[in-house]
Design a protein around this ligand. Structure first.
Ligand code: GLN
Length: 194
């Protein structure tokens, strides 16, 4: 059985836990470094990246996650999680895990349309479009050549993968289509089977 951690400091961790349970995973809520022991993958949920960043600095939790991600633990960051994974955050010196070679812009879709839903084409997940919920979402303004782009919305990168790291600007835990979580579980299989 796959044991998947969900960072549970703040934000939408319950919804991720629910989806992972539906997909048959053993779910661990991660609040301290010892919760990371024995997990096969980790999800960093949406929420508020500065608030989460502050809590990650307590008792070395962030540094431990960073170490595991650099060693190649599969990690999936959604929304605030995408911000925390990025090495560069436009106009911000907030705490980050500094793992992905990406430049992220926060709250990038403007105030008027702070939250919206749309259908995304995600070729890696088949031809059927993916319903995506964006909530005060970031996007990736720039990615290094070693980062694969999985989806764009109006020319903005909103879904990307760099080896063991996956990041989405939208919230896949809020829609009934579980292909994104399944894709992440596939990354975990790839990593732990070899
Ligand atoms: N705007 C939030 C941030 O900057 C992210 C929003 C979200 O996770 N839904 O942290």
């Amino acid at each position: 059985e796959k044991r998947v951690g969900v960072l549970a400091l703040q934000g939408a961790f319950r919804e991720h836990r629910q989806v992972l349970k539906q997909l048959g995973c053993d779910v661990v809520e991660v609040r301290k470094t010892s919760d990371l022991e024995g997990i096969h993958g980790l999800i960093i949920p949406g929420g508020e990246s500065t608030a989460m960043g502050k809590q990650l600095q307590i008792n070395d939790l962030g540094e431990k996650i960073k170490e595991l991600g650099a060693k190649d633990l599969p990690i999936f960051g959604t929304c605030a999680g995408m911000i925390l994974l990025s090495k560069t955050i436009i106009d911000s010196d907030q705490y980050r895990l500094n793992l992905m070679d990406t430049t992220v812009e926060r709250n990038a879709f403007g105030r008027q349309i702070a939250s919206f839903e749309t259908d995304l084409q995600v070729p890696a997940m088949g031809t059927h479009p993916l319903r995506a919920v964006f909530i005060r979402a970031p996007y990736l303004r720039e990615v290094a050549p070693n980062v694969g782009i999985l989806a764009e919305f109006e020319g903005k990168i909103v879904f990307a993968r760099q080896g063991n790291l996956l990041a989405s600007a939208f919230h896949p835990e809020l829609t009934p289509d579980h292909r994104v979580h399944q894709y992440f579980l596939g990354m975990i299989d790839e990593h732990w089977v070899k």
